[in-house]
Write a protein that binds this ligand. Structure first.
Ligand SMILES: [Mn+2]
Length: 305
């Protein structure tokens, strides 16, 4: 049996479309076994739309990865109880522009059955080359490995890293109690980008990844992962642009990106056949966008923070 590439996704059913696109783009280039772990939770008691990823979603992803490798697997982990115990009741960052699902990956040290080494991936990215290149990077002596944050390196600090792609060494993370510290920080300190800032601050041994593993601006020749995170545009006036990889028309019309149309085709086919599991409207960016614009303006006019 080949060594598998271990992947972790986090979220609710709203990001499932993104997960499908990430997985389709991974198996386009990597044909070996994948061990995919999804961390999810049901928070419908907080908001109706906070629904967990369910067994049917898992089966669909499972059938997708099996199309290229029979040894691949998809496992669902329900963290509702763990989250409620660790972060819900006394978390001062809970009621912000972000959903509580951003905290899931900070709970991964509490989950039984996760592999010791894994790649956490956001659901708003597209893989353009063999993912095992990232997985095989040696992080024996580090807790995590991340690439720089495209805007954070200007606005926050030059070493500020983006948490959309994180190669994790779970053993080291547990030994150093890094995520425990990160959770405590999120529960007690008001932060603009809580989960990402906590990861940056509470993990002591971080390896800096090359930008090609988490390219947030545009695809270059060597780009392995393109992360479609929010963009700041200056013309005709400063504004934010948040186009996600599953928004086919906007990706085409605004970004003029056509280089994963084959993935779109597969995605649309899957969506047609599984409309009950996929999203009709995926845009829940309103609050987040307003918040980010405020951070951005504050930084520029220097009256923020
Ligand atoms: Mn992202």
């Amino acid at each position: 049996m080949n060594k598998s590439v271990n992947i972790m996704f986090c979220g609710n059913d709203k990001v499932f479309d993104g997960m499908v696109i990430v997985v389709l783009s991974i198996i386009k280039y990597y044909k070996g076994p994948l061990n995919i772990n999804i961390l999810t939770m049901d928070l419908t008691n907080i908001e109706k739309r906070f629904k967990a990823i369910n067994e049917e979603h898992r089966e669909l992803l499972d059938s997708i990865v099996h199309s290229t490798n029979k040894e691949s697997s998809v496992t669902l982990h329900d963290l509702t109880d763990i989250f409620n115990n660790e972060m819900n009741s006394n978390n001062i960052n809970i009621d912000t522009h972000y959903t509580p699902y951003i905290f899931l990956r900070l709970l991964s040290d509490k989950v039984d059955g996760l592999p010791d080494k894994l790649i956490y991936l956001d659901c708003d990215l597209v893989v353009y080359d063999d993912i095992s290149q990232l997985f095989n990077i040696d992080i024996t002596n580090y807790e995590i490995a991340m690439a720089k944050d495209f805007y954070g390196k200007f606005f926050i600090n030059p070493r500020y890293m983006n948490s959309g792609v994180v190669l994790m060494n779970m053993e080291k993370i547990k030994d150093n109690q890094s995520f425990e510290k990160a959770r405590a920080m999120c529960n007690t300190k008001k932060m603009l980008l809580p989960d990402q800032t906590a990861l940056n601050k509470c993990c002591k041994y971080k390896l800096l990844l090359k930008n090609k593993y988490n390219e947030q601006n545009k695809r270059h020749k060597d780009t392995i992962i393109r992360h479609y995170s929010m963009k700041i545009k200056f013309f005709p006036r400063p504004h934010l642009l948040n186009i996600k990889p599953w928004e086919i028309e906007r990706i085409h019309d605004i970004y003029k990106i056509y280089d994963y149309d084959d993935i779109f085709e597969q995605y649309s086919e899957i969506k047609k056949e599984n409309s009950n599991l996929m999203q009709e409207f995926q845009k829940y960016e309103g609050k987040q966008k307003t918040h980010m614009l405020r951070i951005f303006r504050d930084k520029i006019t220097k009256n923020g923070r």
